[in-house]
Design a binder for this molecule. Structure first.
Ligand code: NAP
Length: 252
């Protein structure tokens, strides 16, 4: 495995699947030590073993991305991890869930849970990481938003509102921390095939037919490559926002 001259430590939430998993692998392959977080311990252990087999370093910390105490524990475990050199340089705020349907017909009993994970938990992690990185005068916070956090879609209006919210939090945070040498990047993916669709409740009827004209959809690795690219830019360059869509995706 090729190492960077200065290996960094990256925390990645939502690393048991999809974009988070692919990002952890991409950063580990590039030589970063990774702290991987999600609820499913067994998936994290599998990924940690895969990274170790590649010659990389990984620490699995299970927890709920919407629970402030779990998030605080994730950061504390990272700082106590010998391999990480008692610091972290990168936080990828990625854990989240979707929800099929608009304002009229999405499942209202899931609205609070959606905001708990996608907005409040994500914002708490961004706040804690931002406070730490301002003190250190360096660091990267990468927030995974969505194209529906920029374009209101009648098919996923409530979910999209959570991504509008976290996009606003990301820009607010960026303005607070950029004078201190800390970068914030909002990555807005289009359609990526992952466990996301099943969790959100998409099926052939409400999803498959609509996306058929889009052609080949994204794989999690496509987003991971984008995140890896922006993180490796010189420290005076901050890609504030990036949208990555399948070429054939006209909307959203
Ligand atoms: N796929 C898309 O088309 C798409 C498009 C735009 C944006 N996004 C965003 O990209 C991010 C990653 O999505 P993905 O496509 O990679 O979906 P995914 O395959 O379903 O992965 C979601 C990850 O989030 C974790 N997670 C969910 N709820 C959690 C909770 N309460 N506590 C801790 N971890 C939790 C899951 O782990 P556990 O289940 O093990 O906890 C999993 O690792 C999300 O923020 C999503 O909104 C996805």
């Amino acid at each position: 495995m090729k190492k960077h001259p200065a290996q960094k430590t990256a925390i990645i939430t939502g690393a048991s699947s999809g974009i988070g998993r692919a990002t952890a692998l991409a950063l580990a392959r590039a030589g970063d030590a990774v702290v991987i977080n999600a609820r499913r311990n067994e998936k994290l252990d599998e990924l940690a073993s895969e990274i170790a087999a590649l010659g990389g370093k990984a620490l699995a910390v299970a927890g709920d991305a919407g629970n402030y105490a779990d998030i605080d524990m994730l950061l504390e475990r990272t700082l106590a991890w010998d391999e990480g050199g008692h610091k972290y340089d990168i936080v990828v705020v990625n854990a989240g869930r979707g929800l099929v349907g608009g304002i009229l017909n999405s499942e209202e009993s899931l609205w609070q849970e959606l905001y708990r994970i996608n907005v409040l938990g994500a914002a708490h992690l961004m706040r804690r990481a931002g406070q730490y990185m301002v003190q250190r005068k360096s660091g990267d916070i990468v927030v995974v938003g969505s194209v529906v956090g920029r374009n209101v879609s009648p098919f996923s209006g409530f979910y999209g509102s959570s991504k509008f919210a976290i996009g606003a939090v990301a820009e607010g945070l960026r303005r607070e921390v950029c004078p201190h040498g800390v970068r914030v990047s909002l990555v807005m993916p289009g359609i990526v095939l992952s466990e996301f669709q099943g969790v959100a409740g998409y099926n052939e009827e409400n999803f498959g037919k609509g996306i058929a004209p889009f052609g080949k959809l994204l794989e999690p690795k496509d987003i991971a490559d984008g995140i890896h690219w922006l993180l490796k830019l010189p420290s005076h360059v901050n890609v504030n926002e990036i949208m990555i869509r399948p070429t054939g995706q006209s909307y959203p």
